[in-house]
Design a protein around this ligand. Structure first.
Ligand code: FEO
Length: 373
C-alpha cells in the first residue's frame, strides 16, 4: 500500500504486513501493521520506523513525499525491532539527523545494533522538540510495552503518537477506527491488549491519566488503525482492562483432553454456568492457540481450566497455556481446576496451584477417575 496523507502536513508511511501470523509467540491471524509517521514542518520528522524487512518500503513511502535526505529528526518511541528495525539503515543514510528517544532506548539501541554513530538526544517527561510551527512533547511510558517506551504528542494538531499503546494487530485497507467499525476495533484491540499489554495495568493507568488530560483529535498508534471517532471508547476499555475489571456474567472453559473424559467435564461445567445465565465459551487447546484463549478470557470473571493427567502432569497444551497466562497475569478472577485421570490425578492440583500463585479466588477442584459420572 502507498503512503497515506493523514492531514495536510502529516503522512502515514509505514508498512502493512499481510502475512505475519506469529508475533513473538502471539498468533496474529489477521496480520499486522508497523506504522511510522512523517511530519512536515521547517524541520521534517519521522516518528518510529518499521520491521527490518520493510525498510526499503518505508523509504519508498517517504520518498513519495520528500527526498529521504530532507529528514531532520527521527523520533524513536520504542526500540522493539518491529519499530526500530529500519533505524540502522535510516541512520546510515541520514548521518546528520538527530535521534530522539529515552535514555533507556539509547541503551537498548546500542545493545541491539551496536554503535550506529547516532546524534542522539535522550529525552524525559516534559521535554519538547520545536520543528517550526509544531511542538512535540515527549511522554515516557515505561513498560507500555518495554522500559524504553514513550508516546509523542503533537500539540498544535492535538495528535498522540501512542506507539504500542492503543494498538491493534490487523492488516487492513482501512486507515481509521470508524472505517473498521467499533466492534471490530475493540475486538482487535482487546486481543492485542490481552497478549501484549495485560501485565502492565499500573503503567497503563498512569499513561491514561496523562493522555486523557490532553486535548486529542487523533491517536496514531504504531499498530493498526488511527483513532479519530472512538478515542473515548478505546480509553474507557483500556481503563477497564488496566484495572483488571471482568464481567461476572462471562466465563471461559479452557481444556485439553486425552480420550474425551475431560472434554465431557468441560461441557458439563459450561452447561452449569450457562444455566446460571453466564455467557460461556468452550476452548479446546488442541484446536485453539493459547493467544486466542488469552483474548477470550480478558473480560471473563470465571475461568475453568482442565486437563487430563498425562505422566503425572498436565497435558502439554495446558502447560503452555498456564505458562503463557501466568506471564500475562490477569487478576481478580475466579478459577476452577478440573480434569479426568486414570490412577494418579496430579494435573488438577497443578492447575489449581497456578490459580493460587496468581492470587485468584478458587472454586473447589473437580476430578473424575476414568470418566465423569
Ligand atoms: Fe510493537 Fe513492543 O513493539
Amino acid at each position: 500500500m502507498p503512503s497515506f496523507q493523514v492531514k495536510e502536513s502529516i503522512y502515514s508511511v509505514g508498512s502493512v504486513d499481510w502475512n505475519v501470523r506469529v508475533f513473538h509467540g502471539y498468533q496474529t491471524p489477521y496480520g499486522a501493521t508497523y506504522n511510522a509517521y512523517l511530519v512536515l514542518d521547517d524541520q521534517i520528522t519521522l516518528i518510529d520506523s518499521v520491521k527490518a524487512p520493510f525498510t526499503e518500503e518505508l523509504i519508498r513511502h517517504i520518498e513519495e513525499i520528500v527526498p529521504l535526505e530532507k529528514i531532520d529528526n527521527l523520533i524513536v518511541n520504542h526500540i522493539e525491532p518491529d519499530h526500530s528495525g529500519a533505524l540502522p539503515e535510516l541512520v546510515r543514510r541520514l548521518p546528520s539527523a538527530k535521534v530522539y528517544g529515552t535514555a533507556a532506548a539509547k541503551k537498548g539501541l546500542d545493545a541491539h545494533y551496536g554503535d550506529m554513530g547516532m546524534d542522539y538526544v535522550a529525552v524525559k517527561a516534559g521535554d519538547t522538540l520545536k520543528t517550526g510551527k509544531y511542538t512535540f512533547h515527549f511522554l515516557p511510558m515505561p513498560m507500555v510495552h518495554w522500559p524504553d517506551s514513550m508516546s509523542t504528542y503533537l500539540e498544535e494538531e492535538q495528535i498522540l503518537f501512542s506507539n504500542d499503546a492503543l494498538g491493534q494487530h490487523i492488516a487492513s485497507d482501512e486507515r481509521f477506527d470508524d472505517q473498521l467499525g467499533l466492534d471490530r476495533l475493540l475486538e482487535r484491540a482487546g486481543d492485542y491488549y490481552a497478549n501484549i499489554v495485560l501485565p502492565f495495568g499500573v503503567q497503563v493507568q498512569k499513561l491514561l491519566e496523562q493522555v486523557t488530560a490532553l486535548p486529542l483529535k487523533l491517536v496514531c498508534p504504531s499498530h493498526g488503525v488511527m483513532l479519530r471517532t472512538y478515542i473515548g471508547e478505546m480509553a474507557a476499555k483500556y481503563s477497564a482492562w488496566a484495572r483488571n475489571e471482568s464481567d461476572e456474567m462471562k466465563a471461559v472453559v479452557i481444556y485439553d483432553t486425552m480420550w474425551g473424559a475431560t472434554r465431557k467435564m468441560a461441557e458439563t461445567i459450561a452447561e452449569r454456568w450457562q444455566s446460571e445465565g453466564k455467557a460461556v465459551e468452550l476452548i479446546d487447546l488442541s484446536q485453539r492457540h493459547v493467544s486466542y484463549a488469552m483474548a477470550r478470557l480478558l473480560e471473563a470473571k470465571y475461568i475453568a481450566v482442565g486437563s487430563s493427567t498425562l505422566n503425572r502432569n498436565v497435558m502439554p497444551n495446558t502447560a503452555a497455556f498456564l505458562t503463557y497466562m501466568k506471564g500475562l497475569s490477569p487478576k481478580n478472577r475466579v478459577g476452577l481446576a478440573f480434569g479426568a485421570y486414570g490412577w494418579s490425578g496430579e494435573s488438577i492440583p497443578q492447575i489449581d496451584h497456578v490459580f493460587e500463585e496468581m492470587g485468584w479466588q478458587r472454586l473447589p477442584m473437580e476430578k473424575a477417575q476414568w470418566k465423569p459420572q
